[in-house]
Ligand binder design. Structure first.
Ligand SMILES: [Mn+2]
Length: 424
C-alpha cells in the first residue's frame, strides 16, 4: 500500500493548530530547537523484516491479522511506516526467512517506498529444511568442521544477497554456547568461532562491515560463546578493522550499565551497530522506551557525546536498528511507538548541555550533573519530533493517522485474517 501524501497532509491540517501551539512553547523553552529539528529529520532507524508480524514465545504465538505474506508485503509495511514518520527509511533482512529471489526487483520496490537495505542478518540458530548438518550443538563453534563449514557458507551466501540489494553490513548473532558445565571447552569454542568468523570476514566486500552481536544467555543457559561486550570486542579486534561490536539493549544481564559500555566501545572505535528494544527482565524485546525511558536517554546521551568526540555522523556513523518482537500489539503501531521513543531520546541527547555537564564533572559537582541530565530528560521535546515529521511531509500524529484511516483494516481486506509473517 502506497500512502497518498495528500491524505497525510489533509489529516495533518486537522491537528495543525494544536501542534503549532505546542511547537511555539517548545521553541521558547529550547534555544537550539531549529538545529535539533534538522538533525531529527536526517535520522533514520532500520526496521527488521521479522518485526512486521506478531511474534510469540515458546509457549505460543497469537497471530494478528493482515500480516505481510511475502518479502514484498514486508517492504510495503516498512514503506508505510516511513511515509508516516519519515524516520524508518531502511529495512534489515533476515536470511533465510526473507530470501530476495529477485534482488533487482526487490531493490526497485524498496526504492519506490524510499527505502534502503540496512545490515543483512544470518541465521545459524535453527536448522532449515533439507539442511545436511545440525546446529543443535552450535554452528561456528562446533567441534565438527563440516558443521562449521556449512554455517560459514551460509553467512557468505547472506553477504551475496546483501551485495545485490546494496546492503553494506552483515550482522552475526550466534546462539552458540553450552547449557551445562563441562559440555564445552571454552577455549576451543572461542578458537573455532574466531577461525570461522575469519573465513566469513575474508568474504566481506571492501566497503562492508561485520557486526558481532553478543548476548548473555538464551538459548544456551550456562555459557554463550559471544556472551558479552568483552568477548565481542575480542573477536572484532582480532578480526580486523571491518569488524565491530553490536549492542542489543536486551542482551545484557540485569542492571548492566549499557551507557558505560557504549561509551567505551565508541572510544575504541569498535561500536558498529545498535539494536533497540526494551526489557524488564531479560531479552524481552518490548517496545523501545516502554519500560526504562531514562536509561534509553542516558544511552543516547553517551552515543551523541561519543560520536561527536570522534566527529562521526549521527545518521550514518552507526547502524541503527529496532530488534523487537510484538506479541500483544499491532506490530506497525508498536514500531511507530518504538521509533518515536528513539527520536525523543535522540532529541534529548542533542539538547543536553554538554559544556555545563563537563564543567560540573570537572568540579565534582555531582548535584549539578544530575540536575543537567534530569532537567533535559524532563523537557518535553515531542513537538520538535512532530515538527521534523511535518516538514518532511509525514504525519504529525502517526498512530492517530494509522487508526483514523483504518490502515490495519485495509491490510486485512487485502491480505486476509489468516496470514502469518515469517519470523520469530
Ligand atoms: Mn539483536
Amino acid at each position: 500500500m502506497l500512502l497518498n501524501k495528500q491524505r497525510i497532509a489533509d489529516s495533518n491540517s486537522t491537528v495543525l493548530a494544536q501542534h503549532q501551539r505546542r511547537l511555539a512553547f517548545a521553541q521558547q523553552e529550547i534555544e537550539s530547537a531549529e538545529a535539533i529539528i534538522k538533525k531529527l529529520m536526517a535520522f533514520q532507524v532500520a526496521i527488521p523484516s521479522w518485526a512486521l508480524g506478531t511474534g510469540g514465545t515458546r509457549f505460543g504465538r497469537f497471530a494478528g491479522a493482515g500480516e505481510p505474506r511475502s518479502l514484498e508485503e514486508k517492504i510495503e509495511d516498512v514503506g508505510l511506516l516511513h511515509a508516516l514518520n519519515n524516520s524508518s527509511g531502511a529495512i534489515s533482512l533476515h536470511i533465510p526467512w526473507d530470501i530476495p529471489e529477485n534482488g533487482a526487483a526487490i531493490k526497485a520496490l524498496a526504492a519506490q517506498h524510499g527505502l534502503l537495505f540496512d545490515a543483512v542478518n544470518s541465521n545459524t540458530f535453527q536448522n532449515q529444511p533439507g539442511q545436511k548438518e545440525s546446529y543443535k550443538f552450535g554452528s561456528l563453534q562446533h567441534v565438527d568442521k563440516a558443521v562449521r563449514k556449512q554455517a560459514i557458507d551460509h553467512n557468505i551466501e547472506v553477504i551475496k544477497h546483501g551485495v545485490n540489494l546494496g546492503s553494506q553490513s552483515l550482522t552475526v548473532w550466534l546462539a552458540d554456547g553450552s547449557c551445562f558445565p563441562g559440555q564445552l571447552n571454552f577455549r576451543r569454542a572461542f578458537e573455532n568461532t574466531l577461525e570461522s568468523l575469519h573465513e566469513i570476514y575474508a568474504a566481506l566486500p571492501a566497503d562492508w562491515k561485520m557486526f558481532v552481536e553478543y548476548k548473555a544467555f538464551e538459548p544456551n543457559f550456562y555459557s554463550m560463546t559471544v556472551g558479552d561486550w568483552g568477548q565481542s570486542l575480542l573477536y572484532a579486534t582480532k578480526l580486523g578493522s571491518k569488524a565491530y561490536t553490536l549492542v542489543d539493549l536486551g542482551h545484557h544481564l540485569p542492571n548492566a550499565n549499557i551507557e558505560q559500555i557504549v561509551a567505551l566501545l565508541l572510544m575504541e572505535g569498535k561500536l558498529g551497530g545498535f539494536h533497540f528494544n526494551d526489557s524488564k527482565y531479560g531479552d524481552d524485546d518490548l517496545t523501545v522506551g516502554s519500560i526504562k525511558p531514562y536509561q534509553l536517554f542516558l544511552i543516547f546521551n553517551e552515543l551523541v557525546e561519543g560520536m561527536d568526540a570522534k566527529g562521526m555522523d549521527h545518521t550514518t556513523g552507526l547502524g541503527w536498528m529496532i530488534d523487537a518482537s510484538h506479541n500483544v500489539k499491532d506490530p506497525l503501531e508498536d514500531l511507530l511507538q518504538s521509533v518515536e521513543a528513539i527520536m525523543i531520546a535522540y532529541a534529548h541527547a542533542l539538547l543536553a548541555d554538554r559544556k555545563k555537564l563537563n564543567e560540573a564533572q570537572l568540579n565534582n559537582d555531582v548535584t549539578a550533573a544530575q540536575e543537567i541530565l534530569q532537567s533535559t530528560f524532563r523537557t518535553d521535546v515531542r513537538a520538535l519530533v512532530a515538527e521534523a515529521r511535518l516538514r518532511a511531509g509525514a504525519a504529525i500524529d502517526p498512530i492517530g493517522f494509522y487508526r483514523s484511516q483504518k490502515i490495519r483494516e485495509q491490510l486485512i481486506a487485502d491480505r486476509g485474517t489468516g496470514s502469518v509473517a515469517t519470523g520469530l
